[in-house]
Write a protein that binds this ligand. Structure first.
Ligand SMILES: CC(C)(COP(=O)(O)OP(=O)(O)OC[C@H]1O[C@@H](n2cnc3c(N)ncnc32)[C@H](O)[C@@H]1OP(=O)(O)O)[C@@H](O)C(=O)NCCC(=O)NCCS
Length: 179
């Protein structure tokens, strides 16, 4: 298994990975929603605001984590949000997701990104350093339907102090149904 930073040209394979994985875990409707979300993020996000990390086996993607920039109007710190993420069903529970995130967070840290945020199951993402935060500490770009899933971490040596919002996410994530 190789963990790589993707520089483009793989959108179709990546979207199919999201569709198939979420169809297996959540059903066909969710598979379509996440497929379309991944396509929109990959196709419409300016390169400077997009980071795509892949787990590959024999050249085929079997895991993917998409990060897009989260801007805070009153704060100079650089932040990215992880959404969505998937590991192909046949490769789950072998540490692929965890190792992919370790690779991704290290890459973002080396680039000088200060904060990583995601919106998901805290019990899973705590394994790689994410902790629950309030919207007072990390203002959310849209109303959260599951505030307990709002989680973040500092990628610097400094603790995560409140970020001054409001925050703005990538246009493709600016849709209330995924929040
Ligand atoms: C969630 C997902 C990315 C995890 O990837 P993975 O490669 O299977 O995860 P890892 O092997 O690194 O970690 C597996 C461990 O996490 C646990 N885990 C997996 N999903 C979990 C969750 N939602 N909550 C808590 N624990 C979870 C497993 O029980 C396992 O624990 P164990 O090692 O003690 O048995 C993958 O299962 C997946 O793609 N699921 C479907 C799509 C999805 O839910 N994506 C995330 C939301 S965007």
């Amino acid at each position: 298994m190789k963990f790589v930073t993707c520089s483009g040209g793989r959108n179709k394979d990546i979207a199919a990975l999201f569709r198939d994985t979420f169809t297996d875990s959540e059903g066909a409707e969710e598979g379509h929603v996440i497929h379309d979300l991944a396509c929109a993020l990959l196709e419409t996000t300016p390169p400077d605001d997009l980071r795509v990390y892949l787990a590959e086996e024999e050249g085929a993607p079997c895991g993917c984590a998409i990060f897009t920039r989260l801007r805070f109007a009153g704060d100079p710190r650089s932040a990215f949000i992880l959404s969505p993420m998937a590991v192909a069903t046949a490769h789950q529970r072998k540490g692929v997701g965890q190792n992919l995130l370790i690779h991704a967070l290290e890459d973002l840290r080396n680039e000088g990104v200060s904060v990583a945020v995601t919106y998901g199951d805290p019990n899973y993402y705590r394994r790689v350093g994410f902790r629950p935060v309030t919207i007072e500490t990390v203002p959310a770009p849209l109303p959260l339907s599951m505030p307990e899933g709002w989680i973040a971490q500092s990628l610097t040596e400094d603790p995560l102090t409140p970020l001054n919002g409001p925050s703005v996410c990538a246009p493709a994530l600016t849709r209330p149904d995924v929040w």
